[in-house]
Design a binder for this molecule. Structure first.
Ligand code: PLP
Length: 386
């Protein structure tokens, strides 16, 4: 039985081309990039080539990219250093952000460093921009952190609109783009954002490496103290092979972005349509329309006593998906996103998330297995019982 992987929002498989460049880098670029000898210079050149690749794809300067250990570190750095170094007294964010933002915001508030304001949300999880504008008007020069797309329900915020409001009120705008980097185009010459977080393992790169985009005016001191790496913005010897892999994964992702989106959105729409037509009582969390994150479909199955075991039954059948987010993989207990958006909802929430490697046949098999597990009667059997 071929296994089916539908948990790409948790992490994606490494692209074979990425494995290839990383293997060569691990073998050959072992010098410390800070060393001045030839071995070091070779590694330094690899890191700087990767930085330029990322910057070119995003239309920013190489110096705007700070490599980190992943999305969590980039999110923490944006908030902790943004508040500390930019004289920020008010942080505006939302209750459905990833824990890397949400818990950092709570921690900063707890330390008394900043006052946190939680922006109201529409029913699908989008930030209410009227409320954001009220908060910005009341607290000028705030730091705003609102994610581009929600990792659990796939609802997407309009970065252009949010950034424009932030500019109007002199606020700094950070966005967690961990689920959208490598899946959407970003033109940082015109997009009004100051900081973006990204993570390679969400776009077929390696785990443990990501970056923070820091716009020209965002002069931040390091969160991790140590050597003078990353132009004095992050201490620690660079993860050379990881950075090389990240850049290769970005190149591949942006090589045919429109083709990937067409393919993956087709799968999402197909799965949603089949579930709606064939599984009684099924519902969807967040936005599933054309503006939603095309890689994520969050499904609510009726609470019939069997549904909660769905994830385990699917696993037995070789199908991987998740309940809520990866941090609550295996159950939907503790999903602060579902709790914030649907406090009254009953049922089992399963997140199916796709990649450019997912096939239509895999979606069809998953729907059939779901129907079997949920004991949905076949049309013939349903007719026979009438
Ligand atoms: N932000 C979002 C929206 C995510 O989905 C994730 C990962 O699940 C992260 C941040 C954390 O990224 P990383 O796993 O690279 O630390």
């Amino acid at each position: 039985m071929n296994k089916i992987y539908l948990d790409n929002a948790a992490t994606t498989p490494l692209a074979p081309e990425v494995l290839e460049v990383m293997t060569a880098s691990l073998r050959e670029e072992f010098g410390n990039p800070s060393s001045i000898h030839a071995f070091g210079r070779r590694s330094r050149a690899a890191v700087e080539r990767a930085r330029r690749t990322v910057a070119d794809l995003l239309h920013c300067m190489p110096g705007d990219i700070v490599f980190t250990s992943g999305g969590t570190e980039a999110d923490n750095m944006a908030l902790v250093c943004g508040v500390r170094d930019r004289g920020v007294q008010h942080l505006i964010t939302s209750p459905v952000e990833h824990h890397a933002i949400e818990l950092t915001a709570h921690e900063l508030a707890h330390r008394g460093t900043v006052q946190v304001h939680w922006v109201r949300l529409h029913a699908d999880g989008r930030a209410d921009l009227d409320h954001l504008e009220e908060l910005l008007a009341a607290h000028p020069r705030a730091l705003v952190s609102l994610m581009h797309a929600n990792n659990e329900v796939g609802t997407r915020n309009d970065l252009q609109a949010i950034g424009t409001l932030c500019r109007r009120h002199g606020a700094i705008f950070h966005s967690d783009t961990v689920q959208t980097m490598g899946h959407y185009a970003f033109d940082l010459r015109s997009l009004p954002v100051d900081m973006l977080s990204a993570s390679a393992h969400k776009f077929h790169g390696p785990k443990g490496v990501g970056f923070l985009y820091l716009g020209q005016e965002q002069v931040l001191r390091p969160m991790i103290q140590g050597g003078s790496q990353e132009r004095n913005r992050r201490g620690g010897t660079e993860n050379v092979a990881g950075i090389v892999g990240l850049a290769k994964a970005m190149e591949l992702a942006y090589d045919d972005l429109a083709g990937h989106e067409r393919h993956v959105r087709g799968l999402k729409d197909h799965m949603a349509a089949r579930l709606r037509a064939e599984v009684p009582g099924v519902g969807f969390n967040g936005d599933i329309g054309p503006d939603s994150l095309y890689t994520v479909l969050s499904v609510r199955f009726p609470d019939d006593g069997k549904a909660e075991m769905l994830i385990y039954h699917l696993d037995i059948e070789g199908i991987a998906c998740s309940g809520g987010s990866a941090c609550s993989s295996g159950s939907n207990a503790g999903s602060h996103v579902i709790a914030a958006l649907y406090p009254e909802a009953r049922g089992a929430n399963l997140r199916f998330s796709f990649s450019r490697y997912t096939t239509r046949a895999e979606i069809d098999r998953t729907v059939e297995v779901l129907k079997k597990v949920l004991e949905v009667p076949s049309p013939q059997a349903a007719r026979a019982t009438v």
